[in-house]
Ligand binder design. Structure first.
Ligand SMILES: [Zn+2]
Length: 799
C-alpha cells in the first residue's frame, strides 16, 4: 500500500477523497466474491468484468465515480424509492423502475467504496422492497385491475436486476426467493400456451419494454439453474418475431438498421439487445450475436452524435439525421449504450468497444452528470443548457445515469487469458487476479485527459510472465511506450491492444505517452457550414461561462460577445490555433481541468465590433460545459461573408405544433425548414422567435418551408398571414402587419410556391420588440383530414 500512496501524490494532493478511501481499503475487508452461478456460460468471456472492489479510480473519472456514490446514491430517499410499492399505484406509470435501478447502481458503488452507510441503506431497501411483494409474486406498482398493460413487466425487470445484483455481491441470498417468485409469476402469466397472455401486448414500444425482462431472466437462469427461466427467454425471442412483435433479430439480420426495428425507441431496444447478449453468452446462439453486432455497427456508422449520444425524441432516426437540439441524447440511451459496449467488450475482448466506452463516458455520460454528482440531465443536447435535476419524478434518466457511472470500475481495467488489460486511463489502483490465480497490483499515475502521460507501476505477487495490454485510442496518432525507461516497439494485436509480454517483477514500470492534440471536425448533413473541435478524447464546446467581460482571454475586447455571435475563425485547424491551458477557478472541476484557447471571429456586429472582428475565446470539455447553468454549443458556425443583418439569428425558436422536420428557422439556411404537421387539423399555426434583449425592427422576412401534396403552406383565402410582436419580454402577441405579398394560396392550391420563397413585410414604423412571429391558417392540400404549414426562415431587420 505504501507504493500506492506515494504514487497518489502525483495525482493530486488536494484530492482528499483518495486518501480517506485508501484508509478504508487498508483497514481492508477481504475481496468480495460474488455468489457463483449454477449454469456456466456457453460463451466464456474474453475479458473478465471486474468486481468493483478490485479497481479504484482517483483521477477525473474517479472523482465522478466517487461523487456518484457520495452525492447521489447514498443520499436518495429510500421512502421515495419504495412509495409506489408500499401504496399502489405509484405516482406515475413507470415510477416502479427507480428502486431496481438504484439497487443495481448502489450495490456496485458500495462494492467499490465499502461505504457502510450505503450498505445499511441497501439492506434496508432490499428487505423493504421484498416485503411489498404480493402473495402471487407480483412486485409492481399497479393495482390488480390494471396489471400487465403498461410498465409493470418493466418494473419487475428492474427489481430483478437490482435484487440479483444485490444478492450476488452482498452474499445475502434472502431476496433470491422473491426473485424466483417474480420470475415464476412472469412464466405463469405469459406464453404461447392456452390461457396465457401475449407478452408483446403487456407494455409499450411494440412490446420492447416488457420483453427487455430477457436480461435479468437470463441472469436468474444462470444463478439458479431453473430451466423454465431459460424456456421463458426462448419464448421472448419467439415473441419478438410474432406478427405483432418488434422483429428485433430478423430486422438486424436483414436490413441491419436499428431505425427499422419496431418504432425505433432507443432505450427499450438497447435494453432488449443487452438481454440478447446475455442470451448469447448463455446459449451460444450465433445468429443473435450477429444481430447485436449489426446493431452496434449501424449505430456507430450512422446514428451517433459527436459526443457519443444517440437518439433524439428518444428514437433512432434515419442515417445522419442528428439535429443538435430536439430532445437529443436521452441519458437512459447513453447508459444502455455503455452497457451494450461493455457486454461486447467482455464477449469479444476487442478494443473497438473500449474505444466507444472511453468516448461516450468522457463526453456524453460525464456531460449528463452534474460535476458534483448530485444531479443529472435527461436530454443532454449539442447546444443549449444542461437540464440538471435531482428530483426523480418523471425522470427515468435520473436513475439510469448513476448506473452508467457505477459500472465504470467493472471494465476500466480487466483480465483475460494472457494477463491484464487497461481499457480506461485514470489515476488509481487495481488489485487484479489473473486467470492462473496469481495476483497483480497496478498503480496508475496520470492527469489524463489533462495530460497524455500515463505511468503504471506493477506489483505481481510473484515474478511471472504475463501480458499487459494497453489500449491505444483510435483518435491517437502517436503513442510512445516505455518499460522501465526502455522504448517498447510493437503494433496493436488483432483485438486492437498493444500487448507487452514479458516476465514482470515488483516495481516494473510502464510509461505510455499518448499525444494529445486538437482535431477539427467539419460538419456535414445538418451541421453543414459548422465545425467542432476535439482535443485528445474530449469534445469541446463554447460556453457562456467563458465569454463574460471578466474573462481575461477577452481582455482588449471592450464588448462582451454573446454565444450566438461567435464563429470559428475558419475552416482549417491551423486558423483556430487551439491551445490548452489550466481551467480558471470558476470552471475548474478537477486538478487537471483544462480549457482551450481558440481563435474566433464575430459572426455579426456586436456593439462597436464589426462583423468578422477577431477574438480569442476559450472552449471547455463537453463534460464540464454548462456546468454552472450557462448556455453552451458544440458546433460552431464558420464565419459567413454574407451576414444579412438578421436580428433573429439564433434566437429562441418555437412553433404552434412540433411537426416532423428538424430544420431551423433561425440558422440563415433557407434549405432547412420546420413544419407543424401532426396529422391533425388546426385553425391557426404560428412560427415564433424570441430574444434575450429587445431589438428595433423595421422589416420582417418570412421564408416558406416546403410544399407537400397534403399541405405545408398557409391558406391565404380568408386573409394573409399576420406578423405579430411581443413588446415586452414574454408579453402578449399583438398583430402589427400582414404579409400582403404572400401569394394568393388556398387550402388546396400552394400558388406555385415550392419551398424557400421569401416574403418581405415592412412595418408601418420601427418597433422595439422582444419576439416576432408569423401566424396564419394551415393548408390541407389533398387531405382534408389534416392541415399544416412550414417555415424555412423567420428574419428581422432594422432597416
Ligand atoms: Zn430516460
Amino acid at each position: 500500500m505504501n507504493r500506492s500512496l506515494a504514487g497518489l501524490k502525483f495525482v493530486s494532493s488536494s484530492f482528499a477523497l483518495a486518501a480517506s478511501f485508501l484508509a478504508l481499503v487498508t483497514a481492508g475487508a477481504a475481496a468480495i466474491v460474488p455468489v457463483p452461478e449454477k449454469v456456466a456460460a456457453a460463451v466464456p468471456d474474453r475479458q473478465d468484468a471486474q468486481v468493483p472492489d478490485r479497481v479504484h479510480l482517483f483521477g477525473w473519472i474517479g472523482q465522478r465515480v466517487q461523487a456518484n456514490e457520495s452525492n447521489r446514491l447514498v443520499k436518495l430517499d429510500s421512502a421515495r424509492l419504495l412509495e409506489g410499492f408500499r401504496k399502489r399505484p405509484g405516482r406515475q406509470s413507470w415510477d416502479g423502475e427507480h428502486v431496481g435501478k438504484w439497487l443495481h447502481a448502489a450495490t456496485l458503488a458500495w462494492v467499490n467504496t465499502g461505504d457502510p452507510t450505503l450498505r445499511e441503506k441497501l439492506d434496508y431497501v432490499a428487505a423493504e422492497l421484498v416485503k411489498c411483494q404480493l402473495e402471487d409474486g407480483y412486485l409492481g406498482t399497479y393495482v390488480e385491475s390494471n396489471r400487465w398493460r403498461s410498465w409493470d413487466v418493466w418494473a419487475h425487470k428492474y427489481n430483478l436486476i437490482g435484487l440479483i445484483t444485490y444478492v450476488r455481491y452482498t452474499g445475502n441470498t434472502a431476496p433470491l426467493a422473491a426473485c424466483r417468485r417474480m420470475a415464476d409469476l412472469l412464466c405463469n402469466t405469459f406464453g404461447e400456451e392456452p390461457g396465457k397472455r401475449d407478452i408483446i401486448t403487456a407494455g409499450p414500444q411494440v412490446g420492447m419494454a416488457p420483453t427487455s425482462v430477457l436480461e435479468p431472466m437470463m441472469l436468474l437462469y444462470r444463478l439458479t439453474g431453473e430451466t423454465r427461466y431459460l424456456d421463458f427467454c426462448k419464448y421472448i425471442l419467439r415473441a419478438w418475431e410474432q406478427p405483432n412483435g418488434p422483429k428485433i433479430i430478423s430486422t438486424l439480420l436483414t436490413s441491419k438498421r436499428v431505425d427499422k426495428i419496431a418504432n425505433g425507441k432507443a432505450y427499450e431496444m438497447l435494453s432488449c439487445l443487452n438481454g440478447a447478449l446475455e442470451y448469447y453468452r448463455t446459449t451460444g446462439d450465433s445468429q443473435v450475436f450477429q444481430a447485436c453486432l449489426n446493431a452496434w455497427q449501424d449505430i456507430v456508422d450512422h446514428r451517433l452524435y459527436l459526443t457519443g449520444a444517440a437518439s433524439y425524441w428518444e428514437i433512432f432516426h434515419d442515417d445522419y439525421d442528428l439535429p443538435n437540439v430536439n430532445n437529443v441524447g436521452e441519458t437512459c440511451v447513453t447508459v444502455t449504450w455503455i452497457q451494450f459496449n461493455a457486454q461486447l467488450l467482455r464477449l469479444t475482448g476487442e478494443a473497438r468497444f473500449a474505444d466507444q466506452l472511453e468516448h461516450v463516458i468522457l463526453n456524453q455520460l460525464l456531460g449528463a452528470q452534474k460535476c458534483d454528482g448530485s444531479a443529472w440531465g435527461y436530454y443532454v443536447q449539442m447546444e443549449g443548457r444542461k437540464p440538471y435535476t435531482s428530483n426523480l419524478d418523471g425522470q427515468c434518466c435520473l436513475s439510469s445515469g448513476p448506473r452508467g457511472v457505477a459500472l465504470i470500475p467493472t471494465f476500466a481495467l480487466t483480465t483475460d487469458a494472457e494477463g491484464v488489460i487497461v481499457n480506461l486511463y485514470d489515476a488509481g489502483t487495481a488489485t487484479l487476479t489473473l486467470r492462473n490465480h496469481s495476483a497483480v497490483a497496478l498503480t496508475t499515475e496520470t492527469q489524463y485527459p489533462g495530460d497524455g502521460l500515463v505511468r503504471i507501476t506493477l506489483e505481481p505477487a510473484d515474478v511471472k510472465a504475463f501480458a499487459v495490454k494497453l489500449r491505444v485510442p483510435g483518435w491517437c496518432r502517436s503513442a510512445e511506450v516505455r518499460v522501465n525507461g526502455k522504448r517498447f516497439k510493437g503494433r496493436p494485436n488483432t483485438a486492437g491492444y498493444l500487448a507487452i509480454e514479458r516476465v514482470w517483477k515488483k516495481g516494473d514500470q510502464i510509461s505510455l505517452r499518448l499525444k494529445l492534440e486538437p482535431r477539427l471536425i467539419t460538419g456535414d448533413h445538418g451541421n453543414h457550414g459548422k465545425v467542432a473541435v476535439l482535443y485528445g478524447p474530449l469534445v469541446l464546446a463554447a460556453d457562456e461561462a467563458l465569454l463574460g467581460s471578466g474573462d481575461p482571454a477577452q481582455k482588449g475586447n471592450a464588448t462582451v460577445v454573446p454565444l450566438n455571435a461567435i464563429a470559428a475563425a475558419g475552416p482549417r485547424l491551423a486558423m483556430l490555433k487551439v491551445t490548452p491551458e489550466p481551467a480558471p477557478a470558476a470552471v475548474k472541476t478537477w486538478p487537471g481541468a483544462q480549457v482551450f484557447r481558440t481563435k474566433a471571429v464575430t459572426r455579426r456586429p456586436v456593439g462597436s465590433l464589426k462583423m468578422g472582428t477577431p477574438l480569442t475565446i476559450r472552449l471547455i470539455p463537453f463534460a464540464d460545459a454548462g456546468g454552472t447553468g450557462t448556455r453552451y454549443k458544440v458546433w460552431l458556425p464558420l464565419p459567413s461573408n454574407l451576414y444579412s443583418g438578421n436580428l433573429l439569428l439564433e434566437g429562441l425558436e418555437s412553433r404552434s405544433r412540433r411537426g416532423n422536420l428538424n430544420g431551423s428557422i433561425v440558422d440563415e439556411d433557407f434549405e432547412t425548414a420546420v413544419t407543424t404537421w401532426d396529422g391533425k387539423t388546426a385553425e391557426e399555426d404560428w412560427f415564433a422567435v424570441q430574444l434575450d434583449e429587445p431589438i428595433t425592427v423595421k422589416r420582417v422576412l418570412f421564408a416558406h418551408g416546403k410544399t407537400f401534396h397534403d399541405g405545408g403552406w398557409f391558406d391565404a383565402s380568408g386573409g394573409k398571414p399576420r406578423v405579430q410582436v411581443q413588446r415586452a419580454k414574454d408579453g402578449t402577441w399583438e398583430t402589427v402587419a400582414e404579409l400582403k405579398d404572400y401569394p394568393a394560396t388556398t387550402a388546396k392550391d400552394p400558388a406555385e410556391m415550392d419551398g424557400g420563397e421569401s416574403v418581405n413585410c415592412t412595418l408601418p414604423e420601427p418597433l422595439k420588440v422582444w419576439g416576432i412571429r408569423v401566424a396564419g391558417k394551415p393548408a390541407c392540400g389533398d387531405n382534408p383530414q389534416q392541415a399544416y404549414s412550414s417555415c424555412a426562415e423567420l428574419q428581422a431587420f432594422s432597416e
